[in-house]
Design a protein around this ligand. Structure first.
Ligand code: BGC
Length: 437
């Protein structure tokens, strides 16, 4: 797109060659014209977008999307509510909708999309979906997520993998450690690191970050079928099962590999600690990869991106998605344009490279992916046998159930006096009362 400045460049250049008395006049005229052009270059529309992305890489991803929207003459008005995994952003969004002050666009992930659509809060944009063949280009599970009652209500951006173990290569090399593929190998490495004075595992006590670790442990302990029984179907018997007890035990036993006491720190502060060699490993979604890359640490060189031990056949996923709030319909054209931009193959390739996620497309540009992204995309492409919805990141169940489960997991982790069987019983009772009959 040609800007006002570039269009006026030849004119401003000729000023320097004019006589001094004319220079001043020409300068004034130039500024006047510039002012006129600037004020007349009206934007087609503007969209306020509510999201929670504030870290270096998240910010870059937002800037990228805003620049694509600007090319269509639409302004991205940023309404960022910084909060890891969107905890506060979700609260602010709800209250804004309740008070009749909804933004035009919001980041809304997982199960919430269907719930909000059922309440009639979301714009339906079926024509964008059909004109761009979303039913053919999207992964089937992603296509299902974008629809409610056969209407298209969401524009998916990218797929994150949660069961990711990041390993600081420099430290592992320094202490001559093997990359841990099993829990035994993990324990051996952790012990040696601790003896050397290095914190083996970076971890925060923020409830959603604890839940992110815990759900990978459940998957590792008992596999996808069991994981779905408890976190998706909320089977009481699952929470009482010894395998769930085992996952709780491992969760608590991993405390010894974390800095004591475990503090409430943002995920990107922890990534910084990991990048600086203050911690050797980190379990977190692959947005951490994007952050490390943005700070100059290359995948496979500065760090290894692996599956959490014994989860290599699973893709514990979280899909970042934009929804368009219905409002009075006056922004419909701009909202539809944004939905269309988000799923264009070129934007999918570049955006996901910046964000650390992978395209939601069945046939993406693989050249934009590093080894970590390729593994993630290929695994997700295997379909339902590999795909497991994240509890902590809203893909598995509704908000109330998720929050109730996370609260118990948090209590268990923070208070060593609470026993495994108590927690199992409490969660079992919660499951029984939450399960839809
Ligand atoms: C989102 C990511 C985000 C992360 C940290 C996740 O729930 O899906 O896009 O980077 O939270 O805030």
């Amino acid at each position: 797109m040609q800007t006002a400045n570039t269009r006026l460049l030849p004119f401003t250049e000729c000023i320097s060659s004019s006589r001094p008395q004319w220079r001043q006049v020409l300068r004034v005229v130039t500024w006047f014209i510039l002012l006129m052009v600037a004020s007349s270059s009206t934007w087609a529309d503007s969209l306020q977008v509510l999201h929670w992305w504030k870290s270096t890489s998240e910010h870059k991803a937002v800037d990228f999307l805003a620049s694509k929207l600007a090319q269509e003459n639409i302004v991205w008005r940023d309404a960022v509510i910084p909060s890891g995994s969107g905890v506060s952003a979700g609260i602010v969004l709800k209250s804004r909708v309740l008070f009749g002050n909804a933004p035009e666009v919001a980041q809304l992930n997982g199960v919430l999309i269907g719930e909000w659509a059922e309440l009639g809060l979301l714009l339906e944009f079926d024509a964008v979906g059909s004109n761009n063949k979303w039913d053919k280009i999207l992964f089937p599970s992603v296509w299902a997520l974008t629809q409610s009652k056969a209407h298209v209500v969401a524009a998916p951006l990218g797929i994150h993998r949660i069961n990711t173990l990041f390993v600081n290569r420099k430290l592992f090399k320094k202490y001559d450690l093997a990359l841990p593929e099993t829990w035994d190998e993990f324990e051996i490495a952790a012990k040696k690191l601790q003896q050397a004075g290095v914190v083996p595992l970076a971890q925060s006590s923020e409830p959603w970050q604890l839940a992110t670790l815990f759900e990978t442990l459940v998957l590792s302990e008992a596999g996808a079928g069991f994981y779905n029984d408890i976190f998706v179907k909320k089977e009481q018997s699952g929470f009482l099962d010894p395998r769930f007890g085992q996952a709780l035990k491992r969760f608590r036993s991993m405390k010894k590999w974390m800095a004591a006491p475990v503090q409430d720190r943002s995920w990107n502060e922890l990534a910084r600690q990991f990048a600086d060699g203050g911690a050797a490993m980190m379990v977190m979604g692959d947005w951490v990869k994007a952050e490390l890359n943005a700070w100059g640490l290359a995948t496979d060189v500065g760090f290894a991106c692996m599956a959490v031990p014994q989860t290599e056949n699973y893709h514990l996923y979280d899909i970042d998605t934009l929804v368009m709030l219905a409002g009075d319909g006056s922004h419909k054209a701009a909202q539809e344009k944004l939905a269309q931009i988000v799923l264009s193959p070129a934007v999918q390739g570049d955006y996901n490279q910046i964000k650390g996620s992978v395209p939601v497309l069945r046939n993406p540009d693989m050249s934009k992916m590093d080894s970590c992204a390729r593994t993630s995309w290929k695994l997700f492409a295997r379909g339902s046998a590999a795909q497991v919805p994240s509890l902590a990141h809203r893909m598995a169940t509704d908000e109330i159930s998720k929050d109730a489960i996370i609260a118990e997991i948090y209590r268990f982790f923070m208070d060593d006096q609470i026993t495994v069987s108590d927690t199992q019983r409490r969660l079992g009772a919660i499951a029984r009362s939450l399960k839809k009959t």
